[in-house]
Design a binder for this molecule. Structure first.
Ligand SMILES: Nc1ncnc2c1ncn2[C@@H]1O[C@H](COP(=O)(O)OP(=O)(O)OP(=O)(O)O)[C@@H](O)[C@H]1O
Ligand SMILES: [Mg+2]
Length: 375
């Protein structure tokens, strides 16, 4: 035990301390992003370094490359971070590289030099003002996302290399934009086709074929496929500028079940916050199983599941609400139809259900009013 008068053990318990802010950030990410612990840890340790003021000011605060299967949460992770830090999933400066596949489109990002046609009409995306737009006193930095970088044109690459290296970007009119207070994330699903074949072969039809590949083996293979594809496509000078490369894992059955629950909670929250009728809904086990069987297509990750939820649950619920068939305080029970082809919706008129739903609606209204007042 250290009992020397000059050394004092440090324990961070106060909820306002910096370490607990970083811990809450990590817990928030974990609750929103399922099954991607390595990626969550990587981004939260970057945040911790920032909180501790230990970043290098000549470079961006951090640069990360996210690889891995489609629909596994690469873009979602950055948006979830924005939601936790800035209260809005869209508080990210997002560059969809697919939109900049031709060199002349770069003007949309950095503007064109004075005198060029259209110079005044273009309001470039990457200005200093845009970068500073979402910053707060506690988190005075920007999340920048270059999505699907493998689709970027050569001139976008040149621009990106400069930003990663010197944290500066020169706009068309010669103004400088400072990226030293930015965390830069890049996503790519290079090797997507191969990864999708690996997933389909190992877990896609596993129950019918039996003998499935252990999850860890599959993720090892995905890791190798993604890393090799990245090494083939991206130059060493680019790879050397990246602080961390994270390969996302393919989502398995258990994780997709958890994502279904997350989505259901999210839909109830959307109903509670909407301007329309606030009602509660609950699914029978059969209805949950139905959504999973319609929505699980492993090679598309959570994307397919989200589509099934929209189609079978959200759209019918919205139409019931729009046509006045469900009202404030109703409890809607969702079950499967007799031929199990879709979902059926019932109003539970029992006293217990009505009073529980009415309580929920009142709570939701209060919470939403409070949020509005706070905003
Ligand atoms: N790990 C996850 N945890 C929770 N939700 C997820 C996860 N992965 C995906 N989702 C859900 O699925 C949607 C699509 O995922 P996302 O856009 O992050 O895919 P992606 O990995 O970026 O794929 P792509 O390479 O095709 O762009 C997200 O908006 C989110 O709602
Ligand atoms: Mg994406």
């Amino acid at each position: 035990m250290v009992s020397n008068g000059r050394k004092r053990k440090l324990v961070a318990l106060d909820p306002t301390t910096k370490s607990s802010i970083a811990e809450r950030f990590e817990a928030g990410l974990r609750a929103r992003v399922i099954g991607q612990d390595r990626a969550v840890r990587a981004i939260s340790s970057l945040y911790q370094v920032f909180q501790a003021g230990m970043t290098n000011s000549a470079r961006p605060l951090g640069t990360m490359l996210f690889l891995g299967p489609t629909g596994s949460g690469k873009t979602h992770l950055v948006e979830a971070a924005a939601e936790i830090l800035f209260g809005d999933r869209n508080a990210v400066v997002k560059i969809d590289c697919a939109e900049f596949q031709h060199s002349h489109e770069i003007a949309k990002l950095i503007g064109s030099p004075p005198g060029y046609l259209g110079h005044r009409e273009t309001t470039p995306l990457l200005t200093q003002e845009n970068l500073e737009k979402y910053r707060t006193e506690r988190d005075p930095f920007t999340l920048v996302l270059f999505d699907e970088i493998e689709k970027a044109s050569d001139s976008l690459w040149q621009l990106l290399l400069g930003v990663l290296d010197k944290a500066t970007l020169t706009l068309g009119d010669n103004r400088k934009v400072d990226f030293s207070q930015a965390m830069i994330f890049m996503t790519s699903n290079l090797g997507a086709k191969e990864m999708s074949e690996l997933i389909t072969g190992s877990i896609g039809f596993a129950p019918a074929r039996g003998g499935k590949m252990p999850d860890d083996d599959l993720d090892q293979k995905i890791y190798r496929t993604a890393s090799e594809a990245a090494r083939r496509k991206f130059s060493p000078e680019f790879m050397n500028r990246i602080d961390k490369v994270v390969v996302f894992r393919s989502l398995k059955h258990q994780q997709l079940c958890e994502i279904l629950d997350l989505e259901l909670t999210g839909i109830q929250r959307r109903v509670d916050e909407s301007a329309g009728e606030r009602f509660s809904f609950s699914l029978t086990n059969e209805a949950r199983e139905f959504l999973l069987s319609e929505g699980i297509e492993y090679r598309y990750g959570a994307r397919h599941l989200k589509r099934a939820i929209e189609r079978f649950l959200v759209n019918p619920l919205a139409s019931l609400s729009a046509t006045g068939q469900v009202r404030l305080g109703d409890m809607v029970v969702v079950d499967i139809t007799e031929n199990a082809e879709k979902l059926d919706f019932y109003r539970d008129d029992s006293e217990a259900a009505r009073s529980a739903a009415a309580m929920d609606a009142v709570q939701a209204m209060k919470a939403s009013d409070e949020r509005r007042i706070a905003a």
